[in-house]
Design a protein around this ligand. Structure first.
Ligand code: ADE
Length: 249
């Protein structure tokens, strides 16, 4: 049998559009999470909501690996934009991920996961390239973000590839955002799950990719922008790209 692709999101709004398109679905519950086993555009998939934060992401990734032996794992959701020119509506595909709240200094360098010798965990190059290609195709399609995107100022969204950082904090203050930008100038976006999933996938030898649509700029108005975006746009953006990748990629 073909091993499934695992698709993970933190919030219901992010997974809703993909779940609606899934076929032949059966639901299995482990650790309070509903694992939707079925097909999406003909491909075997497991879709699951992991919950918010690094622990939730790590647990869900482990359960997926142990119980479903997926061929690969794709995380799709939203993130706060950090890098210059990373704007609301843009898409970021992670090349590597780092936990920005990991700090065992002075015993280990800031951000390094103690005793692993690393702070950055690389996403699978082929999977990342395929998702970036799908994102390029979808971003070029007018209206891909749904009918409400224009009202949020999303006009010509761009694709970025690079470092995504994760921590158990919703970043919603210009000062905190500024400190992250200073400490990690190459970081494109901040979210709360990707680097945890990356560390688990690295240890398990499981290929993975992380795709994020920018919902806010992680500044003083992040919470307002985030809630508006989650309602209006999030589902359309991620689902369209992952759907395109499964169909044509
Ligand atoms: N996900 C979306 N926006 C975010 C932010 N500002 N901080 C952390 N996670 C996010």
């Amino acid at each position: 049998a073909v091993r499934p692709v695992a698709i993970v999101s933190a919030m219901a709004e992010e997974l809703a559009a993909l779940l609606a398109e899934a076929r032949d679905v059966t639901v299995q519950t482990h650790a309070g999470r509903r694992f939707h086993v079925g097909t999406l555009h003909g491909a075997p998939v497991v879709l699951v909501l992991c919950g918010i934060g690094k622990v939730a992401a790590a647990l869900t990734t482990t359960l997926l690996a142990e119980r479903y032996a997926p061929q690969s794992l794709v995380f799709t959701g939203v993130a706060g934009g950090l890098g210059d020119g990373v704007r609301v509506g843009d898409v970021v595909v992670a090349e590597a991920l780092l936990q920005h709240d990991m700090d065992a200094s002075p015993l280990f360098p800031r951000f390094e996961v103690p005793l692993t010798g690393r702070s950055r965990f690389g996403a699978d190059a082929a999977l990342t390239a395929a998702l970036a290609e799908a994102a390029t195709a979808v971003l070029g399609t007018p209206g891909h973000c749904g009918p409400d995107a224009q009202a949020l100022g999303v006009t010509a969204p761009a694709l970025h590839r690079g470092l995504v950082i994760s921590g158990d904090r919703f970043v919603s203050a210009a000062a905190e955002c500024g400190a992250l930008r200073q400490a990690l100038p190459e970081a494109l976006a901040v979210e709360m799950e990707g680097a945890a999933l990356a560390q688990v996938c690295h240890d398990l030898g499981l290929p993975f990719a992380v795709l994020r649509t920018i919902s806010d700029r992680a500044d003083d108005s992040a919470h307002v922008d985030f809630l508006r975006f989650i309602d209006a746009v999030a589902a359309h953006a991620s689902a369209a790209i992952v759907g395109h990748w499964l169909r044509d990629g």
